[in-house]
Write a new protein. Structure first.
Length: 126
């Protein structure tokens, strides 16, 4: 694959990853709004505690689900693209800790950092 083909493929991948993250963030925001509304309408402390516990469980479940989905859909290709870009860029100025983010993203912010790093590398390719 030529440099321009690799760059194009990497930038398309970055776009797909960012769209997926945006969709998941939107879903999370909708759930947070639902819990905020429920909490504001709660009648007593026991109901607020129940809502809080439900929201906490939902956050943990959705976070795990998002990490699993990233691993299934994006992780391997992200790592392959990064490795290939690094072999083709003369002075990649790569963050040595970035490879850890690709393998073990803890949340959507870190997944966004993966997208940012891939875009930066792809744009350095001449």
């Amino acid at each position: 694959m030529s440099h321009s083909e690799l760059q194009s493929q990497a930038l398309k991948f970055v776009d797909d990853l960012r769209k997926w993250i945006a969709t998941r963030n939107s879903e999370r925001s909708q759930r947070e709004a639902k819990y905020w509304l429920e909490m504001s309408q709660a009648n007593d402390e026991a109901e607020r505690r129940r809502i809080w516990n439900e929201q906490t469980a939902d956050i943990l479940q959705s976070s795990g689900s998002m990490r699993d989905e990233y691993s299934a859909k994006f992780k391997v290709k992200a790592m392959i693209l990064r490795d290939e870009l690094l072999t083709r860029i003369p002075d990649p100025r790569s963050d040595s800790s970035a490879s850890h983010y690709y393998k073990y993203p803890t949340n959507q912010l870190v997944m966004g950092m993966v997208a940012d790093d891939l875009e930066r590398l792809a744009r350095q390719l001449q």
